[in-house]
Design a protein around this ligand. Structure first.
Ligand SMILES: Nc1ncnc2c1ncn2[C@@H]1O[C@H](COP(=O)(O)OP(=O)(O)OP(=O)(O)O)[C@@H](O)[C@H]1O
Length: 232
């Protein structure tokens, strides 16, 4: 369970996250929506430890993780798939997946990549191929598969559908559903709200660093408020 309580974050003097509180339970996808520049990525970076919160609490299963180094947060069980995917050029698909082992907690399993390669046959077929020769959709898949190697409790995903064709977007959202069904707590930032809302169990809309709507995707009124919020 991830709990974010009254978190504030700054870039220098710029007060970007202005008191956000939300929680994500295991087996739940929480969507974070909002127009460009409202602080969605900054919120994920703050949880992942790429940016220290100026105040507030971030707890994972009751333990405070706010302000820790990214590696420590990753090893505690919080994985981040950033918008630019961070695929390492010059490394093969398999070598990129092996980097996911850095997030392992406890003893290394005998075959850490086995379950992931089984779940992502398209990556298994291309294991020896240089990762930068993959299509955009396959690279997004690789970025998501890589964090699954360490079996995290919480997954933070930033704009996974960006720049991808509709068919591959459907596959990417299917992977997110699978993560949810595996019991992960998923915090998903997306611009593509019409697609993303269908994968979310709950959502929030952010405006200037604050939550302005906390909604249920099944509720037509909440969905309409979200669309209204984003078109203002
Ligand atoms: N490294 C940085 N240094 C200073 N300001 C930054 C930095 N990164 C982002 N910002 C600013 O912080 C604000 C929030 O940016 P953020 O990337 O979190 O927005 P976002 O909601 O994710 O938008 P987008 O959908 O465009 O990515 C913006 O005004 C942005 O210009």
């Amino acid at each position: 369970m991830l709990e974010i309580e009254d978190v504030h974050s700054h870039y220098g003097l710029s007060h970007v996250i202005q008191g956000i509180s939300l929680s994500v339970r295991p087996g739940e996808v929480m969507g974070v929506f909002g127009r460009n520049g409202v602080g969605k990525t900054t919120l994920l970076k703050t949880v992942a430890g790429w940016l220290a919160p100026s105040s507030g609490a971030i707890r994972l299963n009751g333990c405070e993780i706010g302000g820790q180094e990214p590696d420590a947060i990753n090893r505690a069980g919080v994985a981040f798939v950033p918008e630019d995917r961070r695929i390492f050029p010059g490394l093969s698909v398999q070598e990129n997946l092996e980097l996911g082992m850095l997030g392992l907690r406890g003893a290394k399993p005998r075959d850490p990549l086995g379950p992931v390669l089984e779940r992502f046959p398209r990556l298994a077929e291309r294991a020896r191929q240089s990762a930068t020769t993959l299509s955009g959709g396959e690279q997004q898949m690789l970025a998501m598969a890589r964090i699954m190697v360490a079996d995290p409790d919480v997954v933070l995903i930033d704009e996974p559908s960006e720049g991808l064709a509709p068919m591959i977007v459907a596959e990417i959202f299917a992977i997110i559903r699978q993560m949810r069904d595996d019991g992960k707590a998923v915090l998903l930032v997306e611009q593509n709200i019409h697609e993303a809302v269908s994968v979310c169990d709950r959502f929030v809309a952010i405006e200037r660093g604050r939550i302005v709507l906390d909604g249920d995707p099944e509720d037509a009124e909440d969905r309409n408020s979200l669309i209204g919020q984003l078109s203002v």
